[in-house]
Write a protein that binds this ligand. Structure first.
Ligand SMILES: [Zn+2]
Length: 79
């Protein structure tokens, strides 16, 4: 199979475009995942509203400011 110059340039352009798109998607995916993990580590104390990060896997964490035990998890319990 013979490639003409036009076909070669087209393939090279298409290939690099696909590579750039793939890299951008990958970077975006990892960035979003990192943010989600940082958000999952973030805990806000229910007593003093001190925000801190905790990477332990327990369901409760101790607030470093007031030593109150706070449940980690989604902050959907308003009211
Ligand atoms: Zn606290």
């Amino acid at each position: 199979m013979e490639l003409t110059l036009t076909e070669f340039v087209g393939l090279a352009l298409g290939g690099s475009l696909a590579l750039v798109l793939f890299t951008a998607l990958l970077s975006r995916f990892f960035h979003a995942r990192g943010q989600r993990q940082a958000l999952a580590r973030r805990v806000i104390c229910r007593l003093c509203l001190h925000a801190f990060e905790n990477s332990s896997h327990g369901s409760t964490v101790e607030c470093p400011a007031c030593r109150a035990t706070t449940h980690r998890g989604r902050r959907s319990s308003l009211g």
